[in-house]
Structures are given as structure tokens and as C-alpha cells.
Design a protein around this ligand. Sequence first.
Ligand SMILES: [Zn+2]
Length: 79
Amino acid sequence: MAVPRHKHTRAKVGKSRMHKYIKGISLNVCPKCKKPILSHTVCKNCGHYKGVEAVNVLANLTKKDKKVREQEIKEASKA
Ligand SMILES: [Zn+2]
């Protein structure tokens, strides 16, 4: 079995661990509705991916919520 030849000092351990931390997630902006989304995923707000509607988000909403959501998407795509 391999045995370490030299002692690993606290400084060396610290220098190594300095780069091993969790980086914050990077968010992109949905081109359709301008909401922040994870990259390579379907937008949860409008259901679009790469400019094509992948999921019909409005299908399971009530009539009132549907109107509000449609309005939001329209306004965001205009701006
Ligand atoms: Zn979107």
C-alpha cells in the first residue's frame, strides 16, 4: 500500500482546499419571458426551450391565472 513520504502541512492542505468550494449557480435569462432560468432547461414560467414551446404551462391553470400569465409573457416578450 502506498505510504505518504512527507508530512502534509496545514498550509499545504489549506492551499489545496482553497479551490474546493461550491460555486454559486449561474442563471441565464429566458429570451421569451425574461425570467432567470437554469441553463439547458425548459423555462418554468413560459414553457419555452430554444425558442420552441416544449411544455404547455397554461394547460393546468385556472382561467384567472391563465389570463395573468399570458399577460406577463406578452409584456416581457415586447420589451
Ligand atoms: Zn420563459
